[in-house]
Design a protein around this ligand. Structure first.
Ligand code: NAD
Length: 437
């Protein structure tokens, strides 16, 4: 099939490269000439494990190309995907749909013949109706059906997630979309990934419900972690004890500094807004949003406590900035709020992240970036592990102790065991485990 992918960010680029790998002919389009020029030079504009090789192989095979010009690839395409950003609208938390609608208007002027227009971006219920209306209004002759096909891939494991998804959700209102969408995903279907066809609005809501549920699950275990600290229980054992129950499941039960990233924060907010707009408030999700927000400040307070209650003039070394490992995405990373709170408290912040420092540099002020864990630890009054990159899983605490001004280690991802660290003479704080006070 001929596919045009509009938006070549974390989702569009990975999806486009994977669809090309399935054997389709894919053109990835982006308004950003910086991104497209980089891609043409085979330089990846984002960090995602395995992406460079996948892109290179499919470009070589002649199935994948890049352009800033939407008209020709859209005219030729059987299926056009919209994978542009849907950030929170400034001020009210609604999803900002201006990029989606802008893309729909451009598509309208370019399509030729029967075309399936698929919204892969995460969009509120009813957006598909509006995409179809915009295209019909701008081009009354357009023979188009609008489909919802939300994406569930995770940054850091995006290729594997796209190629072996738990399910593919496709929301259609017109039966003519069924066959081409089945064709797009045929290789996955052969791998027995369930292809689930629903009504379009249902499909749109599935994505938000999934993300809100996962955000709530994380927030739940974070609150249980707080209680564990008060009562002397161990949140990791609690998580295992409940997670082994198949009805609960063991994933997303790692207590930590709160969820972040480019999806959960904006998607939970947008779902709350949809609930209000339709007179059907989602109080659980509202509370999840509020609890998660407070958590970041609570994590900063943990660092204050580790430093004897005051961080003024102290040097704090931060290991990990991205919201999770294996990505360079800094959008809504908990590190942003935690570092801000430390700086507000008068701390001097040094930081290291294997991939996130470039983007962090655009979002944070006054942070000194180092070359690695031992570099930033030099002279530090506390070392804080914020993101569980593999590179931080086997730190040399003997060396760290000789470098640091004070042996204080705050492990906000529970990567280490208390005895392991205290043995080296460190004061150790983690999340939701005995001995936190
Ligand atoms: P992104 O910001 O990385 O990429 C969006 C790209 O779209 C940008 O490169 C931008 O330049 C481009 N763009 C915007 N308008 C355009 C237009 N009219 N024509 C061509 N290009 C245009 O965003 P992302 O993280 O890939 O997310 C895209 C969507 O997928 C969002 O709705 C997001 O919620 C959803 N999603 C993201 C993830 C994730 O892990 N990042 C996972 C699942 C779903």
């Amino acid at each position: 099939m001929k596919i045009a992918m509009i938006g070549s960010g974390y989702v569009g680029l990975v999806s486009g490269a994977c669809l090309a790998d399935f054997g389709h002919e894919v053109v990835c389009i982006d308004k950003s000439s910086v991104k497209i020029d980089a891609l043409k030079r085979m330089e990846m504009p984002i960090f995602e494990p395995g992406l460079e090789d996948l892109v290179a192989a499919n470009v070589r095979a002649g199935r994948l190309s890049f352009t800033t010009e939407l008209s020709a690839p859209v005219a030729e395409a059987d299926v056009v995907f919209i994978a542009v950003g849907t950030p929170s609208r400034r001020g009210d938390g609604h999803a900002d749909l201006s990029y989606v609608y802008g893309a729909a208007r451009e598509i309208a002027m370019a399509i030729r013949g029967f075309t399936v227009v698929v919204t892969k971006s995460t969009v509120p219920v009813g957006t598909g109706d509006e995409v179809e209306r915009i295209i019909r209004e701008a081009n009354p002759d357009a023979d188009v059906v609008a489909v919802s096909n939300p994406e569930f891939l995770r940054e850091g494991a995006a290729i594997a997630d796209f190629k072996r998804p738990d399910r593919i959700v496709i929301g259609i209102e017109d039966e003519r979309a069924r066959e081409p969408m089945t064709e797009v995903y045929r290789p996955l279907f052969l791998n027995q990934s369930p292809l689930m066809f629903t009504a379009r609005r249902t499909s749109e809501l599935i994505k938000y419900a999934a993300n809100a549920f996962l955000a709530t699950k994380i927030t739940f275990i974070n609150e249980i972690a707080d209680l564990c600290e008060k009562v002397g229980a161990n949140v990791q054992d609690v998580a295992r004890g409940i997670g082994l129950d198949n009805r609960i499941g063991s994933k997303f039960l790692n207590a930590g500094p709160g969820y972040g990233g480019s999806c959960f924060p904006k998607d939970t907010l947008a779902l709350v807004k949809t609930g209000h707009d339709h007179g059907s408030p989602l109080r659980l999700v509202e509370t999840t949003v509020a609890v998660n927000e407070q958590r970041k400040r609570a994590m900063a307070r943990k660092v204050f406590a580790a430093c004897g209650g005051d961080v003024r003039g102290k040097s704090i070394a931060i290991l990990g900035l991205t919201f999770k490992p294996n990505t360079d995405d800094m959008r809504e990373a908990p590190s942003l709020a935690i570092i801000q709170a430390l700086q507000d408290g008068g701390a001097i912040v040094r930081a290291y992240d294997p991939e996130g420092m470039e983007q962090a540099g655009l979002l944070l002020e006054g942070v000194q970036y180092g070359q690695g864990p031992y570099d930033i630890a030099e002279g530090a009054d506390a070392l804080v592990l914020l993101t569980e990159w593999d590179a931080f899983r086997a730190l040399d605490f003997v060396r760290l102790k000789t470098l640091m001004a004070a042996p204080v280690f705050v492990d906000l991802r529970n990567v280490y065991r208390r005895e392991q660290i205290e043995r080296h003479g460190f004061h150790y704080l983690s999340v939701g485990r005995p001995g936190e006070d």
